[in-house]
Ligand binder design. Sequence first.
Ligand code: HEM
Length: 211
Amino acid sequence: MRPGSKPFLRLTKPPLFLLALAPLCWALAGAFGVLGVDLGADAVETLLNHLGIWSLRFLLLTLAITPLRRLTGQGWLLAYRRMLGLFAFFYLVLHASVYLFLDRALDFGLVLEDLTERPFITLGALALLLLLPLAVTSTRVWMRRLGKRWQALHRLVYPAAILGVWHFYWQVKLDTVEATVYAVILALLLAARVPPWLAKRRRLSLHVGRP
Ligand code: HEM
């Protein structure tokens, strides 16, 4: 079966989808105290961190697709990008929901206090706001409806990812090793986009220069 062919994608997407649900299954097993999953003394904090880290991991996986496609010349890798992006948003919504419902018990006074006095929460909320329109417009209908503007809109993923890593970095305060690793990965994924972007600009400027 040829990689990237319709049967290949039909065969590979469902198991990948199930694999991407594994962090959720772990969280649910921990919440219900089954399968030996222990969320530790502070279950809410463990869930917050677990869902937050998986949201970030899926976001970086989504951003890795384009450089990987360029590196390997395998265009079909793009077929997985929407699914990965939506899983990043899915885990982010779960992350923010654990914060809102379990950590802050819907006390909006406390949430407002967090948003104004805990900068890492403000950064997280900004990142969520930037990712929301991307999740809403991730369908083919929106892609057609927005045309060229769709690509421009989806460049918001870059500042959202930067805010997400920054949120993580400011949240951990002391042991910043893990957050630094994610920051370096993000920097490499963004840097990988610069040469093609410069080449495209050069081509455009040459094109504009021609009679
Ligand atoms: C409204 C939006 C958000 C809220 C309210 C929020 C809230 C939180 C809170 C309260 C923590 C700290 C948990 C603790 O006490 O240890 C946390 C950690 C974290 N959040 Fe968020 N967050 C938001 C958005 C995001 C976004 C957009 C990302 C990434 C894409 C993200 C990724 C993380 C990560 C990676 C951690 C740390 C995990 C760890 O320490 O292992 N969060 N978040």
